[in-house]
Design a protein around this ligand. Structure first.
Ligand code: 5BU
Length: 274
């Protein structure tokens, strides 16, 4: 699978989506392609993690449906810390339903995701309509967040026996290419063969690869999670590496985050030099 060997700043300059541009610039400024998966069940722990690790990450990934006291304080806190430390917020909601339901889950509702998450992901298990549904909300003329919201397609999963492979993954690529501009990339374990060799001539389809299941010390767990190292992920085509327990359960999470950041960044520099 081909992977992008272009520097993030080149991709930022040529990308048509504001969120992708912002993200590449953040990565370049902070020398970080690291995303922390902050799977905490209370607002204080979530915000404390964002404040401590904020300087070392490009994106803060949440599952706010596991936060038992989710509310105004969570939203305001996340937005404030994103501005303070210059990172984007990715709600790993994995929308998978009919378009009309997903619109209600994304916009308004208990979690008000469209109000604070720069990036969300969706599984097109039910076809392209669900992607269209999110794009409608995002591009609505009355939306205050127009152009500031992006979508990733869940093209692969890290778990043993995943059914998100083969035809399903290929279909995700097709949908990303056919749908309007809100899709900026994929959650995938490696490059999906979509990278443009030379963006100076063709800038349309520079899809970003976000990779979960990154861990320096472990290869997996009993619930089927499978890991790769930051280095292996980036070498394989990941543009942004996502690590959770590998970082936040370590004894010194700031030092560990810096280690993941360094390893991910060195692997990126090696890739663009190759
Ligand atoms: P971990 O602690 O690094 O294993 O956390 C992984 C996170 O990434 C967790 O929030 C999962 O929900 C998420 N994840 C994943 O592990 N594998 C996948 O295929 C996808 C998401 Br999609």
């Amino acid at each position: 699978a081909s992977k992008s060997t272009l520097p993030y700043h080149v991709r930022a300059d040529s990308h048509q989506h504001l969120v992708a541009q912002k993200l590449f610039r953040i990565a370049e400024q902070k020398k970080s392609n690291l995303i922390i998966s902050a799977d905490f069940s209370d607002t204080d722990s979530l915000l404390q993690c964002a404040d401590e690790l904020g300087p070392y990450i490009a994106v803060f990934k949440t599952h706010v449906d596991i936060v038992h006291d989710f509310g105004e304080k969570t939203v305001v806190g996340l937005k404030k810390l994103a501005a303070k430390h210059n990172f984007l917020i990715f709600e790993d909601r994995k929308f998978v339903d009919i378009g009309s339901t997903v619109q209600k889950q994304y916009h308004g509702g208990a979690l008000r995701i469209s109000e604070w998450a720069d990036i969300v992901n969706v599984s097109p298990l039910g076809g392209w309509g669900v992607v269209e549904a999110l794009e409608q909300v995002i591009s609505n003329e009355t939306s205050p967040y127009r152009d500031e919201r992006a979508v990733l397609l869940l093209a692969e999963m890290t778990t043993a026996g995943s059914l998100a492979t083969g035809k399903y993954t290929q279909k995700c690529i097709e949908i990303a290419k056919q749908r309007g501009g809100a899709v900026i990339g994929f959650v995938a374990t490696e490059a999906l063969g979509t990278a443009e060799p030379d963006l100076t001539t063709t800038a349309k389809e520079d899809f970003l690869i976000f990779t979960t299941g990154v861990n320096i010390c472990q290869s997996g767990n009993i619930l089927g999670q499978q890991y790769q190292t930051p280095e292996a992920a980036v070498r394989g085509g990941s543009d942004f590496i996502i690590a959770g327990r590998g970082i936040y359960t370590s004894e010194n999470r700031v030092e560990t985050a810096k280690q993941y950041q360094r390893e991910g960044w060195n692997a990126y520099e090696a890739r663009i030099a190759s």
